[in-house]
Design a protein around this ligand. Sequence first.
Ligand code: GNR
Ligand code: NI
Length: 181
Amino acid sequence: MAKLDIITAPDPHLKVRSTPVEKVDDEVRRLMDDLLETMYAADNGVGLAAPQVRVPKRVLVIDLSRGEEVTDPMCMANPEVIWSSEEVVSSEEGCLSVPEHYAEVVRPASVRVRYLDRDNEIRELDAEKFLAICIQHEIDHLDGVLFIDHLTAIKRNMILRKLSKMRKYTTVKPEAAAPVL
Ligand code: GNR
Ligand code: NI
């Protein structure tokens, strides 16, 4: 397994619509394992989608285990929302690719998803509450959408400005950085 680097907005790789996998083979299973390892290494990550590690494939993982409560990690390929509730809920979201910013996002309260599991079997899952929110957040990543894209342009641009400013100081090697005017 390998821990990969998680990219952050406004990286253009996060805006790409990812491609379905043909089938869940060993290569896709390895990607799922790498996503899990990368997510566990990131504090408090509950989900991770392949485009966040620059892999433009429709693959995601979710693990809502918290403290005492342990659940099996979920691995999905080619997930599709096949039903969503009329009822919507607003909840605070964060994203490993939008570090240190949180905002209320409105989404359907429950969804039914169809996906391929680790064994390449077609499955359907009814999700509600936090799981429903996470699945929608991760599927958004596969479509090149971030939670900030659900906010007003003013809020989104404010967050993006702060992130690009922060990146100038943190991810660019000092010798490669242009002088900050
Ligand atoms: O760790 C995460 N927490 C979170 C909180 C509320 C709604 C969605 C999420 S997903 C996020 C990890 C992440 O960025 N996945 O893409
Ligand atoms: Ni995210």
